[in-house]
Design a protein around this ligand. Structure first.
Ligand SMILES: Cc1cc2nc3c(=O)[nH]c(=O)nc-3n(C[C@H](O)[C@H](O)[C@H](O)COP(=O)(O)OP(=O)(O)OC[C@H]3O[C@@H](n4cnc5c(N)ncnc54)[C@H](O)[C@@H]3O)c2cc1C
Length: 349
């Protein structure tokens, strides 16, 4: 496999036309999902990523929770709808996406938090201690009440991003990392601008919302699905990865500055994980990290057409969740324009 930082040289690549149908800017959650969707729709695609690898994106540091119902707590209906549509698309995009649902619990001394969350959301099932234990034996006797959101899922961005890249590569899509070119000089018929926070030149009202996270490992801990622990000050979630690794996330800090993790946030993340289960106290800390989520003032995503460019941005805290539906909308727009162009061309002859 070619190293990142260079255009992928592919053994089975389709000949890349001199003028691809679509150039995708950005290989984060939105760019990768859009590129795969456009490619599967039969368009020729080229991808341009500014960074030398995926690690600079918000996507790489994210939880990867696919939780449209839980997002109803604090998000507008448009996000929930995009999320629900995306849940129907994820299994096609990624056949082994995990669809084990989400478990939500609250500390026994805080039943009001669970009641409030239940009021804000739908499509959940109330669980008692036995129900929680049946779903997650690790949590037996730790929580008296919970909510189960059966239609939700999760993915591991650090597995999924290379997998999507591999699909693009196998389909003959040139993917250029370390790219610092001028979009105006690209010859593609259409440009999909999925640069996340890198698109502030286009969207002056775009802001970063910092999310801090930790990765820990304890092979003795087993969880099948993301678990959210409600707390009035420090709500937290734990997302299982493979091999006893867990992502603990995430803070939400209105901060646009360098993505560093504060000592206070690190302490909160680890303390809440320990509250979920003391076995986290024995876990090895693998990584602290922080990403900046691209957000508009209303925290809703936006698709904006400007000449040959379709810009998609503002995916905020649910980029993985909503990217497939947004990508489907972008693909539909581009395909419709192509059909119109073809008809116009035909009529002129
Ligand atoms: C801690 C944390 C936890 C999260 N948890 C979840 C979760 O559980 N579920 C969920 O759905 N979402 C989650 N998110 C949100 C999700 O990560 C974002 O919504 C998503 O990554 C936004 O996708 P994006 O492609 O717009 O931006 P990004 O993922 O940031 O990707 C943008 C890409 O564009 C590239 N770029 C920038 N400028 C240029 C340029 N000039 N030319 C070319 N490329 C450029 C960047 O290098 C980057 O790779 C989380 C985020 C954080 C930080």
């Amino acid at each position: 496999m070619a190293a990142m930082g260079e255009t992928m040289d592919l053994p089975h690549r389709r000949p890349v036309p001199h003028r691809p149908d679509v150039a995708v800017l950005g290989a984060g959650a939105m760019g990768l999902v859009a590129a795969v969707t456009l490619c599967r729709a039969g368009l020729s695609v080229a991808v341009y990523e500014r960074a030398p690898d995926f690690a600079q994106s918000a996507a790489w540091r994210s939880g990867g929770m696919l939780a449209p119902e839980c997002e109803a707590d604090g998000s507008e209906p448009v996000v929930v709808e995009l999320g629900r549509r995306s849940m129907a698309l994820w299994p096609e995009l990624l056949p082994d996406v995990s669809l084990q649902g989400t478990l939500v619990v609250a500390p026994p001394r805080d039943p009001a938090a669970l009641a409030r969350f239940a009021r804000q959301t739908t499509h959940h099932q109330a669980l008692d201690a036995a129900g929680i234990a049946a779903l997650e034996p690790l949590l037996a006797d730790r929580f008296r009440q919970g909510l189960f959101f059966a239609s939700e899922g999760h993915l591991d961005p650090r597995r999924v991003m290379p997998a999507l890249l591999a699909e693009l590569r196998d389909g003959g899509v040139p993917v250029t990392f370390d790219w610092s070119g001028d979009p105006a000089a690209l010859t593609a018929s259409r440009i999909v601008d999925a640069r996340g926070l890198g698109a502030r030149d286009r969207f002056p009202d775009l802001r970063g919302v910092k999310g801090e996270m930790a990765l820990v490992r304890n092979p003795e801990i087993t969880l099948a699905r993301p678990v959210r622990l409600l707390h009035h000050r420090y709500p937290l979630y734990v997302v299982p990865r493979a091999d006893g690794v867990f992502m603990i996330g995430a803070t939400t800090v209105e901060s646009d500055t360098a993505a560093t993790v504060t000592l206070r946030s690190a302490g909160e993340l680890l303390t809440q994980a320990y509250t979920l289960h003391p076995a986290f106290g024995e876990a090895e800390v693998l990584e602290f990290n922080a990403g900046l989520r691209p957000a508009f003032p209303d925290n809703n995503p936006r698709i904006e057409v400007d000449g040959r460019t379709v810009a998609v941005n503002g995916l905020y805290r649910h980029g993985w969740l909503i990217a497939p539906a947004l990508a489907a909308d972008v693909a539909a727009m581009i395909l419709a324009d192509r059909t119109e162009d073809a008809h116009a061309h035909h009529d002129q002859r």
